[in-house]
Design a protein around this ligand. Structure first.
Ligand SMILES: Cc1cc2nc3c(=O)[nH]c(=O)nc-3n(C[C@H](O)[C@H](O)[C@H](O)COP(=O)(O)OP(=O)(O)OC[C@H]3O[C@@H](n4cnc5c(N)ncnc54)[C@H](O)[C@@H]3O)c2cc1C
Length: 402
């Protein structure tokens, strides 16, 4: 879907500006309070969400037929350059991970009943969800080895297993759980996705304090235990054995969602760095006059723009329903490196200030580390890219970006 199909360029710029203004006027000034992740921060978030919904700045990742205000992937990439600037904004506009990805697969694979019961409250902002795939006992990078099982007993699935890093599970209404339902099938057909209410008997949720989060509500990363958990057979999402395929459908776009937001983080760190370099004096002049700082600024500008163009290219291909697997993997590991580097340089230019809660950089820095791991570690994405390229050459063709 092209931006122009639904909005003129001028209307789109206006919409982007509306997100920017909302963030600058309502979120940035209360950032220090939100960072505390306590009850007062929660209350503030409720108010901000209400205001964002009233202003129709809401669920921009989903198309209107799913209840969102989305305009396609490319348009969403542009909006995220604003939304990503402040880590709380995705939640304020109801497009936060993992609900965004869960909303997309419920929209794509859910039955009408599942959409009504689980998707609608997500889109309306009345509930949150979690995605429960990774397990502490086996490699998350290679999910073919997951062990959690779901066995059909009459008209109920009985689920047993232990997951962790189920982000946002604390306080969620439900989770989408990856479980082995076809143990004898080939590795990529062994798993299914099943919707599990968070309050089902046998579900235990325990937040695990993690770098960048103080452990409260939607930002928690939780260990979730499933002990003889029974849910109706109709809670199966999609077909039996299609769990891996659906996960790929979810994680591909999900990875770009992350990178889109990282662009906002990069840009903000860059702006902070340039402003500070001009203001701060040392050794007889502003930091901006030191050549090392000038090199950092030039390198950051080039790297951020490279990430932007890779993102827009991948988003455009997804909108055109073209295969973008290599593009997404290239983007994921390349942008994670740029994100870390840009924020790190911005911290360095700020000196000690960059490490305090008086600058947003310290929180941005701690969040950026996970970018190299979640939704596939850097090394796995590099493996995917080189495998695809080498397979093409091995078959006698030449690989190139198109
Ligand atoms: C902030 C955050 C949020 C997350 N949210 C969720 C969530 O909501 N739901 C969910 O299910 N999971 C979630 N995860 C889990 C995440 O998807 C996994 O951590 C990730 O897939 C890696 O799995 P692992 O941690 O088990 O690492 P492992 O699989 O144990 O890998 C460890 C390391 O081994 C190396 N490695 C692995 N394979 C290769 C290879 N082929 N070549 C070279 N090196 C390799 C990499 O350096 C990797 O970091 C989250 C993780 C983080 C950090």
């Amino acid at each position: 879907m092209a931006v122009s199909e639904l909005l003129s360029p001028a209307e789109f710029l206006e919409l982007r500006a509306a997100y920017r203004t909302f963030i600058d006027e309502h979120i940035v000034p209360v950032e220090e309070t939100l960072l505390r992740e306590d009850d007062a921060a929660d209350e503030l978030l409720v108010q901000l969400r209400r205001r964002a919904k009233t202003e129709a700045l809401w669920a921009p990742h989903l198309p209107p037929d799913a209840g969102g205000t989305g305009r396609g992937f490319l348009a969403y990439a542009h909006l995220n350059e604003e939304i990503g600037r402040v880590s709380w904004a995705q939640y304020v506009f109801n497009c936060q991970a993992p609900d965004a990805g869960n909303g997309e697969i419920l929209h794509q694979f859910g039955t009408d009943e599942q959409k009504e019961r689980w998707l609608k409250p997500l889109v309306d902002g009345d509930a949150r969800s979690f995605f429960s795939m990774t397990e502490p006992d086996v490699s998350g990078a290679d999910p073919t080895g997951l062990r959690t099982t779901a066995v059909l007993d009459g008209d109920e699935w009985v689920i047993n297993g232990r997951k962790w890093f189920s982000s946002g599970a604390e306080g969620a209404l439900f989770g989408i759980v990856m479980a082995v339902t076809e143990p004898a099938a080939e590795p990529r057909r062994r798993m299914s996705q099943i919707i599990v209410p968070a309050d089902a008997p046998g579900v235990t949720i325990e937040p695990v304090p993690t770098l960048g989060h103080r452990g409260h509500g939607w930002t928690t990363h939780c260990e979730v235990t499933y002990d003889d958990v029974r849910v109706p057979a109709e809670n199966l999402l999609g077909e039996r054995g299609a769990g891996f395929l659906i996960a790929q459908k979810r994680l591909g776009p999900g990875r770009i969602h992350h990178v889109m937001r990282w662009l906002g983080q990069m840009q903000r760190a860059f702006e902070l760095m340039c402003t500070r370099a001009l203001e701060r004096e040392a050794f007889g002049g502003p930091l901006a006059e030191k050549q090392t700082v000038q090199n950092w600024i030039a390198d950051c500008a080039a790297e951020i723009q490279a990430c932007r163009l890779l993102t827009l290219d991948a988003a455009h291909k997804i909108d055109e329903e073209r295969d973008a697997r290599v593009e997404i993997s290239v983007l994921k590991f390349f942008a994670a490196d740029v994100l870390s580097r840009v924020i790190d340089r911005a911290v360095q230019v700020h000196g000690a200030l960059g490490l305090t809660d008086r600058s947003p950089l310290s929180h941005m820095y701690s969040l950026a580390r996970g970018a190299h791991i979640y939704d596939g570690p850097d090394e796995v994405h590099r493996m995917v890219v080189s495998r695809r390229i080498l397979e093409t050459f091995a078959s006698g063709d030449v690989w190139r970006f198109s």
